[in-house]
Design a protein. Structure first.
Length: 202
């Protein structure tokens, strides 16, 4: 069995950027031409307990769960979803635990990196997956939200200067599902987001 690391990044950009449509069903492939995919069934995930101080009342946890639920309802070419994401609970882990290269604990993690964001400060989020290069099966994923340089909002708390957690997470989940970018405007897999805008369309 061969493994490969993948790094997907989403960069903060201004309005008018081309977007990808969930209905386009663009799928990323391995170098051997095999579609990346999760094994059919339940995929469990955790959220780092610390969350973000930018929102109140645990709204960030609700926003993340809603983003996963929205992908569970997406059909590709008329086919029902083969994967169901299940929230297991909070995990008291290091903020870098999202990176499977460092933490091979078989936990799919979503974390807010509050200090020491690694890389471009204008990157809002980063998703990483570990897959089998021969079969394309995804074994583990991690998603990190840049809480070092970006301000976040959730639910009805969306406000100027802050990025909507659910909107950003919806795109990142698309990446770990293997969905690629497309050039259709206004769709979920676009490559940039505006501050103060909540666009959660599928």
């Amino acid at each position: 069995m061969k493994f490969r690391w993948s790094i997907f990044v989403m960069t903060v950009v201004l309005t008018g950027i081309p977007a990808a449509d969930a209905d386009s069903c663009t799928v990323l492939q391995t170098s051997a031409g095999v579609d990346l995919h999760f094994p059919p069934g339940v995929v469990e995930y955790y959220i780092q307990r610390a969350g973000t101080p930018d929102v109140d009342g645990g709204a960030e946890f609700t926003a993340i769960q809603e983003a996963f639920r929205s992908w569970g309802a997406v059909q590709c070419n008329g086919d029902a979803p083969s994967v169901e994401f299940i929230y297991v609970g909070e995990a008291d882990v290091d903020q870098t635990n999202f990176d499977p290269r460092r933490f091979r604990d078989e936990k799919n993690m979503v974390t807010f990196v509050q200090n020491g964001w690694d890389g471009d400060p204008q990157v809002l989020a980063r998703a990483r997956i570990l897959w089998d290069t021969e079969t394309g099966e995804i074994f583990e994923f991690g998603i990190a939200l840049n809480d070092t340089n970006a301000q976040w909002s959730a639910g009805d708390q969306t406000e100027p200067g802050a990025f909507d957690i659910q909107s950003v997470m919806t795109r990142e989940i698309g990446l770990i599902l293997g969905a690629g970018d497309s050039e259709e405007p206004g769709a979920v897999m676009r490559t940039g987001f505006d501050e103060g805008v909540a666009d959660r369309r599928m």
